[in-house]
Ligand binder design. Structure first.
Ligand SMILES: Cc1cc2nc3c(=O)[nH]c(=O)nc-3n(C[C@H](O)[C@H](O)[C@H](O)COP(=O)(O)O)c2cc1C
Length: 220
């Protein structure tokens, strides 16, 4: 699959230029924003799409896309807490994220602990959603087996009727997770597989609030 001519040209330029230690900023969140903003500026479709992996009680990982909805001291997304990922991330609050920005020969990986965002944060975000999405959040019993599409449409119609003429409140089973990075990796594809990889790790595990990160180059 090919990208737009502009994206193609930009990808080749980035691959040729590469990333040097001196290009990196000390704060990985600032670094993330720089790379994210470039994706936006280059017109990439949904650069906020990220693959989140969770693990079940047997150690079986599962991955799926979600949309990044905010970055503060962690990476925030919203979902159904009773879905497969919701249950797994609640029972085993560790996640891996991958931003597959392959159209620019880049990827960013994040691993870390997971927490639920506050109910206030979930309420605030839910309130910004289009009404159809709000109703859908009530109607979808995410990850459950259903007989056919009419079942889903029936649930949607029921919820629509329940909230007719009034504001749709946030379902208690719907809200945000925040992945708090312990490590992040910025990967820039280069020629001959001599890619540039840089890993940020918290300098002090005992005091994650101290803000310092160790940056190391990894072999491709
Ligand atoms: C581009 C993209 C973005 C998505 N964003 C979300 C999202 O933000 N939240 C969500 O719950 N599901 C989102 N989904 C659907 C999930 O990938 C997944 O199908 C769903 O959450 C059920 O996952 P689970 O059964 O593993 O819990 C998205 C899918 C795609 C392809």
């Amino acid at each position: 699959m090919s990208a737009t001519p502009d994206l193609d040209a930009r990808r080749l330029e980035l691959q040729q230029r590469g990333v040097a230690e001196s290009d990196l900023v000390a704060d990985p969140f600032v670094q993330f924003h720089q790379w994210f903003d470039l994706c936006v500026a280059e017109g990439m479709h949904e650069p906020e799409a990220m693959i989140v992996s969770s693990v079940d009680s047997a150690g079986q990982p599962s991955s799926r896309h979600v949309l990044l909805r905010g970055v503060d001291h962690g990476f925030v997304f919203f979902t159904n807490y009773e879905s497969q990922k919701g249950v797994e991330l609640t029972e085993h609050p560790q996640a891996a994220i991958c931003f597959p920005w392959n159209l620019l020969a880049r990827q960013v990986r994040v691993v870390g602990r997971v927490e639920k965002v506050t109910a206030e944060e979930s309420d605030a975000y839910f309130a910004t959603r289009p009404r159809g999405s709000q109703i859908g959040a009530w109607a979808s019993r995410q990850s459950e087996v259903i007989a056919d599409r009419s079942v889903l449409e029936g649930w949607y119609a029921e919820v629509e009727e329940r909230f007719a003429g009034i504001e749709v409140t946030r379902p208690p089973h719907w809200g945000g997770f925040r992945v708090l990075p312990a490590e992040l990796e910025f990967w820039q594809g280069r020629e001959s597989r001599l890619h540039d990889r840089f890993r940020y790790r918290r300098s002090s595990d005992s005091n994650p609030a101290d803000g310092a990160w160790t940056i190391e180059r990894l072999s491709p």
